[in-house]
Every structure is written in C-alpha cells, then in structure tokens.
Design a binder for this molecule. Sequence first.
Ligand SMILES: Nc1ncnc2c1ncn2[C@@H]1O[C@H](COP(=O)(O)OP(=O)(O)OP(=O)(O)O)[C@@H](O)[C@H]1O
Ligand SMILES: [Mg+2]
Length: 254
Amino acid sequence: MSGTAQVQAQSRAVAAIDDPILVVRDVHKHFGGIKASNGVDLEVGRREIAGLIGPNGSGKSTLFSLVAGTVAPDRGQIRFDGHDIAGRKAYTIARLGLARTFQIPALFDNMTVTENLLAAAAEGQWDGARQRADETLALLHLEAVAGNRASDLSGGQQKLLEFGRVIMRRASLILLDEVTAGVHPNIRKIILEAIARLRKEGTSFFVIEHDMEMVRNVCDRIIVMDSGRVVTSGTFDDIVRNSEVMQTYLGRPQ
Ligand SMILES: Nc1ncnc2c1ncn2[C@@H]1O[C@H](COP(=O)(O)OP(=O)(O)OP(=O)(O)O)[C@@H](O)[C@H]1O
Ligand SMILES: [Mg+2]
C-alpha cells in the first residue's frame, strides 16, 4: 500500500468511530532533532480496547505522555471525553478521568502495596478508597503481599501493583504501556481478566503492546505507528493481511 493509500485507509478507520473518548489530531512533538510525534492522528472509541503497536522508538510512549499531560505537544489537538486537553497539566487530565501506567513502574518503593493503592486514590477519588483497595488486591491476587514494601515485590508483582494504582483512580480511559511485558503467564492472565472485567463495567483502554498474541486476544482494533506517525489501523486480521505494515513492524529489531 502506498503512503497516501495508507493515510486514506486510516481516515476511513477514524471516521468509523461514532463516539470517541479520545481524539488526537495532527499532534507534533520534537525532542531536538527527533520527531517523536510527527503529525499523529487517531481515535479511541468509548468502551473500546484499542492497541498501539510499532517498532521501538516509533513514538508510542511519547504519545501516551502527550495524552496524559506529562509532556506538552508542540502543536496539535487532543480531546478527551469532550475536553481539550493538549498541553494541560497531568493532574488536571487525571481528574477528568484518564490514567496511565508507565513502561517502568512508578511506585512508592518504601510504602506497602496497600499504601501504594491508597496513595493513588488520594491523588484522585478518595471516596470508598479502603474498600476499593481491598477489591483491587483481590482482583489482582495481591492479598498475600498487601503488607509488603513495593520494593520487595517481584518484577511481575510490581507491574500488577502499577496496574492496581490505575484501577484505584476509577478512570474512564486507561492507558497501559507494555503492562504485560516480561511477566509470567499467570500474572498476564490476571491482568487480562482484570482488563475484561473493567471494560464490562464501562472502562475504555488504549494499550501499547509488542506481544502480537496479546494484541490479537485483547484488542478490538489496532493502531500501527512508525516514525512518529500512524500508518494504519484496523482489526488484527486487517493488520496481518497488510504485508507492508508487517514488514515495517516485524522487519526491525524489537
Ligand atoms: N524526553 C525525551 N527526550 C529526548 N528524546 C526522547 C524523549 N522521550 C522520547 N524520546 C525519543 O523519542 C523517540 C520515541 O520514543 P518513545 O519512547 O515514544 O518510543 P516507543 O515507541 O515507546 O519505543 P519502545 O517500543 O522502545 O518503548 C525515541 O527516539 C526516543 O529516544
Ligand atoms: Mg515505549
């Protein structure tokens, strides 16, 4: 597919989403000479689980930082749940109902698992926080380590806790940055079940993933980035049928 045809295919896919919770239009972010976002256009539907894939350095995590407000765009529009959020402060965007995990978990190392969950609630909605912490511990099978310091958890448990902190915020859109990377299949299963349960309750998800099996099993729709741009989007079958995309994605070291 030519570049123009890909852009047209993307436009059609974008137009098909009636009720987007997130709309990104022509977003640019340069770091010195690096165009981490070079005109990103995409949408995420309400109650959708949208996947974001692309080679290392293609701008996926940067896009999450732009949406979550930890990095400000040079230009472009970002609308979340009807609000213009481009360049707004991260805590303002979080209060509107958007939450993200970091590729490297950002936990309070010296606090316990439960305290980490409660701290996340304190940053957002405190009502019913203690009960929600207990429910989250159960949902993520973390009860046995509830009183342990975050720094004493295994890498997989730290990923679970990072996800738990996001759950505590009761967000309407959750951005997950490689939340299952490097974790044991048992923990991966716990994460997938939690995603399914939250989606049933109305949460939308935007997930960065390198594991194509996970992408196939979890995502309703997949958005492909390369060199700071969206190159196409579609169902898993659409994407794997697109040999140019597969070449772009699989033809580079992951
Ligand atoms: N704060 C920053 N300062 C300078 N350059 C940055 C910064 N953040 C990202 N970059 C650069 O922007 C580009 C995109 O990085 P990003 O982390 O968004 O990629 P990614 O698609 O998430 O990659 P990966 O799959 O390896 O996680 C890279 O070249 C990276 O080095
Ligand atoms: Mg990344």
